[in-house]
Design a protein around this ligand. Structure first.
Ligand code: GLU
Length: 447
């Protein structure tokens, strides 16, 4: 495909504002609310694909919002009450699917937004799942291993009647990992009748390989992002084997993306995380930085790079900037500083709508999150299938199948961009919604 496919200027979509749906659902729009922002963007795409009105209002709210409070015995002997959520947005295309995050800023509207994004993501990459998301408001850095285990077991038991291996399947997200999935799966399996134990290991994905996890799941989000870049960058005149990039976040997604890009010849020149920003013009070794982060918990103090300010980080000239940390990091203010040709969204919803507009005005291409970070849920689907069939795949098989899903999804977004004459984010939602709309057309609404 020619360069024009990616460089087509987006059509102005502001006149399609989905105010009617907001009014009908009595949602008082708050511009700073991630759920409202997300629904608004999805509804703009829904208008473009001419999604039927009743389908738009169904998708504008989650099907179920579950909130639980549960006590956990802390190491010092006192009990602390925690708040947890599971939001089930839509299951038209398959069981609800999505991660569980442990973070002090877990709020219901953010979880709702992330659940919507899971519905869109699964549809875009054509994995037969709907969208869900969960979380517990806590600071996992401040909890001991024993406290984390007890919290995970209590949270699992609190929501156990609302999830299921063919109904709603959690996975890791910010602040959770394979160990937490192991405790979660074990708790669920212990709570169910013993003879159902085997089938119930599908209750979560992202498990350790020894407990039925898939090889390649840990690196999957980073690998999927790299697959998307390999497909997209040549059309943007960027040679991946010779490019520079910077990362926001060096956790699972940032770390894997960095190492995989480095293995392809790309050069990491700057990283920003909660400890500050670091920079080295000659390149930062992702493999060395991984060791440093494993020992110290953050990128700050890495001896092979110099400390820089946040604004210097954003102004750094790079080919590709990968935000791979929390939501809403790229604000209008940061977007004005960004000196990259492409922003490839490894995190969910890392760009505010204002940030988006600034990037678009400045001609910086944004490769949207539901495409770039869909590798994680895609390999989650592979894990779930392998658990179902008890037939386990090799790393090569996983990589090859993941690559196929990612490339086809990237092409779907490019085609939608041309068809609907819109920006890449809107195009990614259009491609996702086309399929959801067809599914609803086939079933109709019960009864
Ligand atoms: N938490 C990841 C995401 O946001 C993975 C979800 C999953 O594997 O179900 O895509």
């Amino acid at each position: 495909m020619a360069n024009t496919v990616l460089r087509t200027k987006s059509a102005s979509t502001s006149h399609h504002l989905p105010a009617k749906v907001f009014e009908e659902l009595e949602i008082v729009r708050d511009p700073g609310n991630l759920f409202h922002q997300t629904i608004e963007q999805v509804l703009i795409a829904a208008d473009l694909v001419k999604l039927k009105h009743h389908q738009q209002i169904i998708l504008a709210q989650p099907k179920n919002e579950i909130m639980v409070h549960f006590p956990v015995l802390m190491d010092d002997g006192h009990h602390q009450l925690f708040k947890g959520y599971r939001v089930q947005h839509n299951n038209t295309l398959g069981p609800y699917k999505g991660g569980i995050r442990y973070h002090p800023d877990v709020h219901i509207d953010d979880i709702k937004a992330l659940a919507v994004l899971m519905t869109m993501k699964c549809s875009l990459v054509r994995v037969p799942f709907g969208g869900g998301k969960g979380g517990v408001r806590c600071d996992p850095r401040k909890l001991s291993t024993d406290e984390l285990r007890r919290l995970t077991r209590r949270f699992c038991s609190a929501i156990s009647n609302q999830i299921g291996p063919d109904y709603d399947i959690p996975a890791p997200d910010v602040g959770t990992n394979a160990q937490i999935m192991a405790w979660f799966a074990d708790t669920y399996q212990q709570m169910m009748p013993e003879h159902t134990r085997q089938g119930n290991n599908r209750i979560v994905t992202g498990k350790p390989v020894e407990l039925g996890g898939s090889v390649g799941r840990e690196k999957a989000t980073g690998q999927g992002l790299v697959d998307v870049l390999v497909e997209m960058l040549p059309e943007l005149d960027i040679d991946i084997s010779d490019m520079t990039f910077s990362l926001i976040g060096f956790g699972n997604v940032g770390g894997w993306t960095g190492r995989l890009l480095e293995d392809l010849g790309a050069k990491l020149v700057a990283v920003l995380d909660h400890s500050g920003a670091i920079h080295n013009d000659k390149g930062i070794s992702c493999h060395d930085l991984t060791e440093h982060v494993a020992q110290t918990g953050a990128v700050g103090g890495f001896s092979e790079a110099a400390a820089i300010s946040q604004s210097d980080f954003y102004s750094m000239s790079v080919d590709v900037l990968v935000p791979a940390a929390m939501e809403q990091m790229i604000t209008a203010e940061n977007a004005l500083l960004i000196n990259a040709k492409v922003v490839a969204e490894g995190a969910n919803a890392p760009t505010t709508p204002e940030g988006d507009s600034v990037l678009e005005e400045r001609g910086i291409e944004v490769l949207p999150a539901i495409l770039c970070n869909a590798g994680g849920v895609t390999v989650s689907y592979f894990e779930w299938m392998q658990n179902k069939s008890s037939l386990y795949w090799t790393a090569e098989e996983v990589d090859e199948r993941l690559n196929r899903h990612m490339i086809l999804a990237a092409r779907r977004v490019k085609l939608a961009r041309v068809k609907y004459e819109c920006d890449m984010r809107t195009a990614s939602y259009c491609a996702a919604l086309e399929q959801i709309g067809r599914a609803y057309d086939l079933t109709g609404v019960f009864p």
